[in-house]
Design a protein around this ligand. Structure first.
Ligand SMILES: [Zn+2]
Length: 316
């Protein structure tokens, strides 16, 4: 069905993070590349799938983040810590740059809330960006400023649209910020599938952690994932699932190849389709967010997942 709203994206998702002095090969154009490929496959009808997000407001961010931390992001020092760079000079021009980048993070994070609202309405939704799972309540970490996952949960819980939320995080790196924020909160179940050897070297405690070893086979990875989902569903009844889709588990989407396990594109497809299908079949709303993915080929893993989500949503 053409024109069915499933995806959230804005051209401003392509942030110029290189201006902060980082050399990391962020695939900031992933969302745009996925849409270009879908346009090529399905023509102009695909444009009707996309809605634009609004930036999260500060009072929404404050449901998770401390006021001091939110204020610190107007100055260069906090950014330098999050991106592992030397701090920019604290002058008017750089403050203007940070205000713009801050707004872009609020916009991408607002995309997660908008996509979750689409999922609650229609069953499925995806934000073609965000998934900033390393951000803690009072500090950022690992290129993540604002924890859009946690803010989405709190906004939806506050307005009564969701009570019990299951977060399935399949990014290569543990979603340390998310796990810490929801530690001890029985209304949120964090299932985190991550590299045992990889960063962050201090892991937080998720409700259920699956630490994947470097030499794992694709078959063993999938078996572990299936068992973990079954265990989560035996213990918890979600009314919303947030699927943090992380393309850096993909062999051509990694930040530091060789740091830990990696999966071929076919296993990424099996992984993402398994997760989407599990909740479509149980009629539990699911929203998908991108999270990690680096280099020129990361978009391939996102594209096949978004394509399957569109298919299950009845949009293609
Ligand atoms: Zn990652």
């Amino acid at each position: 069905m053409a024109g069915k709203h499933v995806l959230v994206f804005d051209s401003a998702y392509v942030s110029d993070l290189q201006k902060l002095g980082t050399k990391v090969a962020f695939a900031q154009d992933r969302g745009a590349k996925v849409l270009t490929e879908l346009n090529r496959e399905f023509g102009d009808g695909s444009k009707g799938w996309v809605v634009k997000p609004k930036p999260l407001r500060f009072k929404e961010l404050a449901l998770v983040h401390s006021q001091d931390y939110l204020r610190s992001l107007f100055k260069p020092a906090a950014w330098a810590k999050i991106f592992g760079t030397k701090a920019l000079e604290d002058n008017a021009e750089n403050r203007k740059l940070l205000r713009r980048l801050y707004r872009e993070y609020r916009l991408k994070s607002g995309g997660s809330l908008a996509a979750a609202q689409l999922a609650l309405k229609n069953g499925l939704g995806a934000n073609l960006g965000a998934g900033f799972h390393h951000a803690y309540a009072d500090h950022g970490d690992g290129f993540c400023l604002l924890n859009d996952i946690a803010v989405t949960v709190r906004v939806l819980q506050n307005c009564g649209k969701a009570k019990q939320v299951l977060i399935i995080d399949t990014d290569f790196h543990q979603g340390n910020g998310t796990s810490k924020i929801f530690d001890g909160d029985n209304s949120v179940f964090t299932l985190d599938v991550h590299s045992k050897e990889g960063w962050p070297f201090h892991k937080e405690k998720s409700r259920l952690d699956l630490a994947v070893k470097k030499d794992i086979t694709p078959q063993a990875y999938m078996e572990g994932l299936r068992q973990a989902i079954a265990k989560a569903l035996a213990a918890f009844k979600p009314d919303l699932v947030i699927f943090v889709q992380g393309a850096d588990a993909y062999e051509y989407g990694q930040l530091n190849p060789g740091e830990g396990f990696s999966l071929p594109l076919a296993t990424m497809k099996e992984r993402d389709e398994t997760i989407i299908d599990t909740f479509v079949e149980r009629e539990i709303p699911l929203v998908m967010l991108f999270a990690g993915g680096y280099g020129p080929r990361a978009w391939e893993a996102h594209h096949q997942a978004v394509r399957h989500l569109l298919y299950r949503a009845g949009a293609i």
